[in-house]
Design a protein around this ligand. Structure first.
Ligand code: SF4
Length: 424
């Protein structure tokens, strides 16, 4: 076999990293440093999204696609017959700084297959970041993956060098992990998450002069559809990760059959990219709209409605709570009305200090009236005929389809579509 050129290695390792979606880069506030190269603005570095919703502003690459682990869903697993290549820490650091200087990228998302051992892999990753920070004086954004099972001292070192660290939960339960990723254990993933969470909290209590520790926090990724867990289980897990470990983001990655393995399921049922999209919407409701998982789903309806966004589906199940009077409802209540998002709820609160509002006027405040008008009154007037729940469901589904085609959002928009609009 011919020795791969540097360009070939780059192409292979960038392609190998593609399936990790946990690369959001906002939230860091690394300031300008004298003699340093690059900054991260307070509002987070600018990130752009590719057509399939993936973040493209970072150089996203693996150090190597060699791996001693055998995760069934991963093209880099040891039992898969693919071309293996490796970059050295110096090569990745050099590449990053060159791309950064040419304005191709704003930072680095670095991961790796597991070579020799988790500790050895983690040491190589840390060495790459050390070279960037100390030798190249690179002060831009770095998201570093932690290797499951790595020594806590290495985890701690990683957090002091990177803006964000993440370790992928991969699968929602111990059983699924044992089935599809037998070299990883739940503890080897959760313990570093707990450690990072504790170190971030400790850092916050130490004052501004203490050395930074993962200032952009930690995130994780869960693969959707490779194992049988329902949406209720997944969003309940996400809620725990947000509340107990303070995670910045949980990313959902629709299982993509990039590799064949007898342990993997056939694809059927709800299209997985649609399911991923619904999970991002539900996740948004948990984080910003004050919903709890058991309000959105329960054991009799454990999966999100493929035809309706989770907030509309919730409102349809709770019609006794509506209509809401727009001139009196609390902010938290307004947020629960389909078609009213965070910004439009804030605008309503501000506008009604000046004047009484009528439903028809709400469009100028950003309310999506096609949905909201069925759940609102303005001074007691609804302005739309009350419909049966079946009929209302059909109307909402039609409105959602029209809206999707009007703004070119498709089933394939995931984090990007939610991140852009943030409104339900
Ligand atoms: S540890 Fe698993 S998911 Fe990560 S590169 Fe290796 S086989 Fe792939």
């Amino acid at each position: 076999m011919t020795v791969p050129t540097f360009e070939e290695k780059l192409r292979i390792l960038a392609e190998s990293a593609r399936y990790d979606v946990s690369c959001s880069s906002s939230g860091s506030n690394r300031g300008e440093r004298k003699g340093g190269v690059g900054t991260v603005a307070a509002s987070g570095i600018c990130h752009s999204w590719s057509a399939d919703g993936r973040c493209i502003s970072l150089l996203k690459i693996l150090l190597t696609n060699h791996c001693t682990f055998d995760c069934a869903y991963c093209p880099n697993r040891r039992s898969n017959d693919i071309r293996r290549v490796t970059l050295t820490p110096d090569e990745v650091a050099e590449l990053t700084i060159n791309f950064y200087r040419r304005n191709y990228i704003e930072g680095l998302f670095l991961s790796s297959g597991v070579v020799k051992s988790p500790d050895h892999t983690m040491e190589l990753l840390i060495e790459t970041v050390r070279i960037l920070r100390e030798e190249h004086r690179f002060n831009g954004y770095i998201h570093l993956k932690l290797t499951p099972g790595a020594d806590p001292l290495l985890v701690s070192r990683a957090g002091r060098l990177a803006d964000r660290v993440s370790i992928n939960l991969e699968l929602p339960t111990r059983e699924s992990l044992a089935l599809l990723a037998p070299d990883k254990s739940r503890d080897s993933i959760l313990l570093p998450m707990h450690q990072v969470s504790g170190l971030i909290a400790a850092r916050k209590g130490e004052g501004a002069r203490a050395p930074a520790f993962a200032p952009a926090g930690q995130s994780t990724q869960i693969i959707i559809g490779a194992t049988p867990e329902n949406d209720l289980r997944i969003i309940t897990l996400s809620q725990r990760l947000y509340q107990r470990l303070g995670l910045k983001r949980v990313y959902y990655s629709a299982y993509v059959p990039v590799t064949s393995d007898p342990r993997l399921p056939p694809l059927n049922g709800v299209p997985l990219l649609l399911r991923e999209h619904r999970l991002y919407q539900a996740d948004w409701l948990l984080r910003f709209y004050g919903f709890a998982p058991d309000e959105l789903l329960d054991n009799s309806t454990p999966d999100l409605d493929p035809e309706l966004d989770p907030k509309s589906a919730w409102a349809l199940r709770n019609r006794d709570l509506f209509p809401v009077e727009v001139n009196q409802a609390e902010y938290e209540v307004l947020l629960r009305v389909p078609g009213i998002g965070i910004r439009s709820a804030q605008r309503i609160i501000r506008a009604r200090r000046e004047q009484r509002l009528r439903v028809e006027e709400l469009a100028r405040l950003g309310v999506v009236l096609k949905r909201a008008r069925h759940f609102l009154t303005g001074d007691g007037i609804c302005g739309v005929k009350e419909l049966s729940s079946d009929r209302l469901r059909a109307v909402l589904i039609t409105a959602a389809k029209r809206r999707s085609s009007a703004v070119q959002l498709s089933l394939f928009d995931t984090a990007a579509s939610v991140a852009v609009t943030g409104e339900f």
